[in-house]
Structure formats: C-alpha cells, structure tokens
Design a protein around this ligand. Structure first.
Ligand code: ZN
Length: 559
C-alpha cells in the first residue's frame, strides 16, 4: 500500500459498490462483489496488486452466468478479464478511488458489449484470437517461428532450433533460410524434424467456435469448415496424400490475418502403418475424429518480409524491398543510416544496399560512429556492410572499399550522399544534375558543430539542386542562400589535419532525417525537399523546411 496516498476513499468506493475485502494473498488486495451487467449480476474478484498501477488491477470472473458467450475475448483460462491493453491507460495513483471505479466500469461495459453486440464480440475476438488459441482452457502444445513463405508453398519443413539446451520450432520451405537464421542468432545448426507438415493460408479472420476452441480432430474439422470452407477442403485434399499416411504425427499450420497458429495430432503408428490408400486413411480419421486429441500451437512470423514490413503496415508505407540503394560515405552519418536502411528492408527481395567508403575506421571515429572497437582499422564500408548483414542475414548488403568517383555515378534507384563533405557534395551534385537526375539523390550533412542536421532531396522535378543552396553573384558569392549558423563553427587541428567536432547526436538525427526522406519517397511524394532539424541549444537563424526553387544563374543546374 502506498505510504503517501490514503486508501480510505478507494475502500469506501468499493463498499458503496457492494464489494468487500477478502484475504487471498498477502501481496494482493482482493475484493469480492458483483458487476451490475445489463442481463444480470456477474460475481467477480477485483485484485489490486500494485497501487502505483504499473500492473493494472484485474477482474476475475468467479462464475459464468449463462447469458455470457462461452468463449470470451479478454478472458484467460482462469477467468481473469484483461481490462486494458498494456500501457493503454494511466490509472491515477493519487486517486485510487477513481482507478478502481474505472476498472469495475470497464469490466461491466466489456461484458455488456460482448453480450449485446455481436460485431463488437467478433472484433474483440479477432484481436485476441492468438492469445486465446495459446492460453484458453486446456494447456496447448509448443509454439514456434514461421519463416519466409509464399501463398503457393504448401510443403513446409519443421526444424528444431534454439540456443544449446532450448528448443523452438522453425517452419520454413527452405533449409537455407533456417540455417542463416540460426547463424545470425548464434545458435547451433538446425535439426530437421521428421514431421509431415503443411501450410494453409486464408484472408479471413478465424471464426470463434460456439463450442470453445477445438480439442479433438472432430471439433477441429467443424471449426475449420466454419472458418473457411476453402481451407477445410484443402486440408481434406492434403490428408489424401499417400506419401504422408504412414506418419504418426501430423502438423497443420495456418496463416490468417489474426496471425499464425497450428494444429497437431498423433496417430498410433501400428494403425496408420496398415493404410495403403489415402482414401482409407482419411476415412479412418473421420471415423475416429472424436477420439483423436489435437494440440493447438502458436507461431510467430520471423521471415524478413514480415520483419521489415511489420512496423510500416499501419503507416501504409512500403518497405525498401527490391530497391537498389547506393549509400555514399560510411562515416558518422552513413553508419547509423546503414543501420536504419537495413531495418527499412534495404537489400531484401532482390534489392541491394551498396555502401561506399575508402576510409578506414580510426580510434578518433569511435566516439560518434555506429561501429565500435571490433571494427578498428577496417575499411568503413566493408565493416558497416558486414555488421548490418550479420544482423539481417536475408538482406543483400555490400561494402565497396573505395571512395565513389562523382563522375561515375552508381546505377541505383536512389543515391544517398552521407559523406557530409561539401566539396564532395558539390562534385556529385554537378554530375548528378548533368546526367542521371532521373535517379533521385539525397544529400545529408551536419551543420557547424552539430547545431543541426540538414538534408536536400534532388530529382528530375523542377526543384533546386545542392549548389542552389549557395549564392552565386556579386558580393554575396559563396554565402549560404538560407543562412543557419549565427556563429562560425569551431574547427580542431591536429598537425595539418582538421576536423569539426560534434557529438554523436547530430549524425543520428541526420540518419533519422534521411530515413524520413526515404519513407516519403516510398510513399511517392518527397516534400519538403530541403529540411533542417535543429539542436535545442543551437545559436541559429530559423530555416524553413520547404521545396527550394532553382537559383537563378546556378552554375550546376541553371543551364
Ligand atoms: Zn542548382
């Protein structure tokens, strides 16, 4: 109980609702009472484990009155009703009486909705299907991972994977995928499991069965038929396959909008060994379906398409799958950017992320580089590519150990100049606007001593180029067209070598800025094309994010 917040009001609130304290555990405050649902009272236990509400209070159903649906979304095997998705509400620790009232009201509302609104019940069940599949009533079997797959691939192989001493299933159509997955995870080689598995996919949400989740093959068949008749028919066809009828264990894997799940069942090897024909075998299954127990399994998708798309889907953005990206410069900006691009799916599905840099990683670089001591004195491009590839083994990421020659522009769908060097940017820009402007180029740099990260997108449209950022006439020649810095940057000199000190923050901001440009590009429209992200303490003039016009008389593009 919190020392600083009196619980009197909370206890009075509960008493007023007919709840009384019961001693169940010394760590949990439990209160017994009833929820006033529209169709009748529902006896429950309110459990408050944490008066800071980092763990939400739970409402546990003590009985299930007949008016409630048999399978309830949000209700675990032991009757605990999940009231709020994790971190979805903040219950006020200073007003516990309001918090407990909120919990009881939400529980009552949820149960009423499930009874009165079939649409609500369906929608909630869709969202919760996998949780149910895994946790409801009987204990379910083991789960696993599903690799890359196509809707046409029906023959999937089951593998035993995991760190030494642990076992997980990996279901994939390709041994190569499982092998690379295990290597990247630092696990031993996968072991093939002699299971005849098959995969079926449906675009429909799994139906919620009136009789509860299937426990026998008979219930599983009925449930499949109700969910998706086509899947049911495909399963029936699959069971005719003569090659598989001698197997004692069968596994069926299902992909749906609700996620991946499976059904497994075992048969007496002596019985199945006697079958010669698929029809006799399937007939046997149907005749004994009531006595054949099924295990429910849950799976997580781990294939690279899912991994790179998963966080983008809701933003309606495509991933970088299939795109050819040339990343020029693997220094402070380019290193973090390679990491970002790899996560956005660069190098997958026939695409490639090609990194260019002729320099090697020095101790001086480590304080603001994505790489660390493990890559010291290695070529930056190769080391960056190697590390990104180790993290994402299904992506094609290559390191080219030389500085890009601006006059020989790389063949790519997008060129990103992350060198942050003005002289190089000038040269690259000149050749770019002259030649392959159809391929967009993104220039990135850190302004001054890290006051801001800036980026300019240049493509075949009418907008300005990199050189258009610099005035070109009269007294103002060479001055910035959009002044940013109020004070000139500090340069540091070591012998005849000079560098501009800035910390690791601005290169990471520049890399994030670049990823935002890239996502806009994938969405089909990059605007604003000139962007500035300023450090909060920076002494700078305000620079508007906008689509810059061509500069009159620009020596690079105004020809
Ligand atoms: Zn220009």
């Amino acid at each position: 109980m919190p020392a600083d917040v009196p619980l009197g009001p909370a206890l009075r609130q509960l008493r007023a609702r007919g709840f009384s304290r019961v001693q169940i555990s010394s760590k949990v405050h439990s209160f017994e009472g009833s929820l006033p649902c529209a169709k009748g009272k529902v006896p429950v236990l309110l459990n408050v484990r944490d008066w800071d509400f980092l763990t939400y209070p739970t409402v546990q159903l003590l009985e299930r009155p007949a008016f409630l649906p048999k399978v309830l979304p949000h209700v675990s095997a032991d009757g605990v009703l999940c009231l709020f998705a994790e971190s979805s509400v903040v219950l006020d620790r200073f007003r516990p009486e309001l918090a407990v009232a909120q919990c009881l009201d939400k529980a009552t509302w949820l149960l009423d909705q499930m009874v009165e609104s079939p649409a609500f019940y369906e929608a909630e069940f869709h969202g919760e299907f996998l949780v149910h599949w895994t946790n409801a009533d009987t204990a379910s079997g083991y789960g696993g991972l599903v690799g890359e797959h196509s809707k046409r691939a029906s023959a999937m192989q089951w593998y035993d994977v995991g760190p030494v001493g642990e076992h997980r299933l990996f279901v994939s159509a390709q041994l190569d995928e499982v092998t690379r997955f295990c290597k990247a995870a630092g696990w031993p080689q996968p072991t093939k499991i002699p299971i005849s598995g098959a995969m079926f996919t449906s675009d429909r949400y799994p139906a919620c069965p009136a009789f509860g989740l299937p426990k026998t093959l008979s219930e599983a068949f009925a449930w499949l038929k109700a969910w998706d008749r086509r899947v049911y028919d495909d399963v029936q066809d699959h069971l005719l396959d003569r090659k598989l009828i001698k197997d004692g264990r069968r596994e069926l894997l299902f992909g749906s909008p609700a996620g991946w799940f499976g059904i497994g069942f075992s048969l007496d090897p002596k019985v199945v060994g006697s079958f010669q024909r698929g029809r006799a075998y399937r007939h046997y299954l149907h005749a004994h379906a009531k006595d054949i127990a099924v295990e429910r399994r849950s799976f997580q998708e781990a294939g690279s398409t899912h991994v790179h798309q998963r966080n983008l889907m809701r933003l309606d953005t495509k991933s970088l799958a299939g795109k050819k990206i040339a990343l020029v410069g693997c220094g402070a900006i380019g290193g973090f950017l390679a990491a970002g691009l790899a996560r956005l799916g660069a190098g997958t599905a026939g695409g490639v992320l090609r990194c260019y840099d002729g320099g090697q990683l020095e101790p001086d670089n480590l304080g603001r580089h994505w790489l660390g001591y493990e890559s010291l004195f290695r070529n930056k491009a190769q080391a960056v590519a190697e590390r990104a590839k180790a993290q994402f083994p299904f992506s094609r990421i290559e390191g080219v150990a030389q500085h890009l020659v601006p006059s020989v522009l790389p063949k790519a769908d997008l060129i990103i100049n992350a060198t942050g060097e003005a002289t190089f940017a000038e040269a690259l820009n000149a050749h770019h606007v002259d030649g392959t402007r159809n391929t967009p180029a993104l220039h990135l740099w850190v302004a001054g001593n890290g006051e801001a990260a800036q980026g300019l997108w240049v493509d075949a449209s009418r907008g300005g180029c990199y050189r258009c950022l610099k005035l070109d006439a009269g007294e103002d020649f060479g001055k910035p067209r959009f002044p940013l810095l109020k004070v000139p940057p500090v340069r540091a000199f070591v012998g005849c070598h000079a560098f501009t000190p800035y910390s690791t923050t601005t290169p990471t901001v520049a890399a994030a800025l670049a990823c935002d440009f890239v996502m806009d590009w994938l969405d089909g429209e990059v605007s604003p094309r000139f962007r500035t992200r300023v450090h909060e303490h920076a002494q700078v003039f305000k620079v508007k994010n906008h689509d810059i016009e061509r500069l009159k008389g620009c020596p690079a593009c105004a020809r």
